[in-house]
Design a protein around this ligand. Structure first.
Ligand SMILES: Nc1ncnc2c1ncn2[C@@H]1O[C@H](COP(=O)(O)OP(=O)(O)OP(=O)(O)O)[C@@H](O)[C@H]1O
Length: 246
């Protein structure tokens, strides 16, 4: 899938969708000792930004992504999502905010294999509706159209190729119109052509809708197609982060 080099992102005001202030994360190793994995991370991600997060294995990328995605709480520091200080929220409000503001794409697509592509895309929406709701059926089909898969909407996900499955996972991540999509090695299981297509698709969605993306990758070629590369080393961010694409 070719990326249109002339495509320009809509001019968006610099609104922070995610802000990290002094994030630390430690784990207990026994009764008396603990190990600190993240050592005070500050980072702002604005609306419409498309960032790569890189770093050696064990540097803390997934730990950080779990904290940004409100799947884990920091030991110290604050996470703001859409301006909301999540350190002040209880578990129910965290779940609500996560469900509405953040979409997830993983290396393993985590689709339900016996469900169709459309049913998988509907899953985040069935909290508020059921599978027969015309509104969510229409939305799932529109999302599958957006990722180029409307013709296989009724195919079971287990019969789809790896690249198609990851595109279904991207459609599912967009179901609730999140401000931010977090992707942990989204192309890690794909061959280079499928990986390229998936990144191009995410870039298009980012440019068309202003959805922000934070993508963990070990693939430097893909990372170079992002606005910025954030390097993590030993639980710290290595700054500065140059702009790669205009
Ligand atoms: N529950 C835990 N208890 C103790 N240590 C942990 C725990 N979870 C993660 N770690 C440690 O934190 C460090 C960072 O792990 P993390 O998974 O964030 O790294 P990563 O940069 O995502 O690595 P990779 O690229 O291999 O996925 C590792 O040393 C890991 O062993």
């Amino acid at each position: 899938m070719a990326e249109d080099p002339t495509a320009k992102r809509a001019v968006l005001p610099r609104v922070p969708v995610m802000e990290l202030k002094g994030i630390r994360r430690s784990y207990r190793l026994g009764k008396k000792s603990q190990i600190e994995i993240l050592h005070g991370i500050d980072l702002v991600l604005h609306r419409g930004e498309f960032l790569a997060l890189m770093g050696p294995s064990g540097s803390g990328k997934s730990t950080l992504l779990n904290i940004v995605g409100l799947l884990d709480r920091p030991t110290a520091g604050e996470v703001f999502i859409n301006g909301e200080d999540t350190s002040k929220l209880g578990d129910a409000d965290i779940t609500r905010l996560r469900g509405h503001a953040i979409g997830f794409v993983f290396q393993e697509h985590h689709l339900l294999s016996a469900f169709t592509a459309a049913e998988n895309v509907m899953l985040p929406m069935v909290v508020d509706h059921d599978f027969s709701s015309p509104a969510i059926i229409a939305r799932a089909r529109a999302l599958l159209g957006q990722v180029g898969l409307d013709h296989v909407a009724d195919h079971k996900s287990m019969n789809m190729s790896g690249g198609e499955q990851q595109r279904v996972a991207i459609a599912r991540a967009l179901a609730m119109r999140p401000a931010l999509v977090l992707a942990d090695e989204p192309t890690g299981n794909l061959d280079s052509e499928a990986a390229d297509n998936v990144l191009t698709l995410m870039r298009q969605i980012n440019r068309d809708s202003g959805t922000s993306f934070l993508i963990v990758t070990h693939n430097l070629e893909l990372a170079k197609r992002c606005d910025r590369i954030i390097d993590v080393a030993d639980g710290r961010l290595v700054m500065p982060t140059e702009h790669l694409e205009p």
